[in-house]
Write a protein of this length. Structure first.
Lengths: 84, 184
């Protein structure tokens, strides 16, 4: 695997969305499920940011206070859920 | 695109060799293939690829009492050097492992994986890499039991062959019969 090929490979995996990755894993018979990140009320209240759902869980982030009554937030690839 | 030519040898039974010459290779596609799905050859590297192919053909023939003849087919495979996962040298191995780690980082951070049979892991890894990256071939040093080691029921792990696995879609080279022998 020469350096040109590696550079291409690296950029490809970095830009791959979780939906694409999940689809590929399934295609090879890999049974997988998404991990869910739970945030406590304290974590949310201590943050100056509100929730923003992004395209991947890995860059899911908080931006401004979204809902102070939230108990926990479950993030997923293209969505987020609030539990009171 | 810079293409490289690799002399490659495929050991099989006499009948299978005739069938391949009459039509073409079938892709090996079991779930435990060493380097993923593809057409397998021995190539120059750790040892003599023609001898490796003979040895492999004999070892496989011994599993089937009906096989009386073995053959080695030769081909010169042309591969785009930016599309071969060559992990026979240190730089290739470093790049391969760095890429594998990046994949595993992303998978581990975001997914829970259920158990996969142990002997499928390598095949899945190479199939994933080859298909995802659009690679045409994988080249790697592997340990393959010789006939004697099979008889002695040895299970070692020091690579003793260099193997090239080519995706069927990227194989369009001429094939000739290099050797024909009988099983004693």
């Amino acid at each position: 695997m020469n350096n040109n090929f590696y550079a291409y490979a690296k950029s490809l995996i970095e830009s791959m969305t979780l939906d694409e990755l999940e689809e590929r894993l399934s295609a090879y018979g890999i049974d997988c499920e998404r991990k869910v990140t739970l945030y406590t009320t304290e974590q949310i209240l201590n943050s100056d940011t509100a929730l923003v759902a992004s395209s991947t869980a890995s860059n899911f982030y908080l931006e401004g206070l979204y809902d102070s009554t939230s108990y926990a937030i479950a993030s997923n690839d293209n969505s987020f859920a609030l539990a009171a | 695109m810079t293409s490289i030519s690799i002399e490659a040898y495929h050991g099989t039974s006499g009948d299978a060799a005739d069938a391949i010459l009459a039509s073409s290779f079938n892709e090996s596609a079991k779930k435990h293939e060493w380097l993923g799905c593809g057409i397998y050859f021995f190539v120059e590297g750790v040892s003599d690829p023609l001898e490796n192919a003979k040895e492999w053909a004999v070892a496989e023939a011994r599993k089937n009492p009906k096989t009386k003849k073995i053959a080695v087919l030769k081909s010169v495979v042309d591969i785009d050097q930016d599309r071969i996962i060559d992990i026979t040298e240190n730089q290739g191995l470093k790049n391969f492992n760095n890429f594998k780690e990046k994949c595993l980082d992303k998978i581990f951070d975001n997914f829970r994986i259920k158990s996969i049979p142990l002997n499928h892991h390598n095949c899945i890894l190479f199939n994933f890499m080859v298909d995802t990256l659009g690679a045409h071939a994988v080249k790697h040093n592997l340990y393959i039991k010789s006939v004697r080691e099979r008889k002695m029921q040895l299970r070692l792990n020091v690579p003793n062959t260099t193997v090239l696995c080519v995706k069927k879609a990227n194989f369009n080279s001429e094939v000739t019969k290099e050797y024909l022998g009988e099983i004693k």
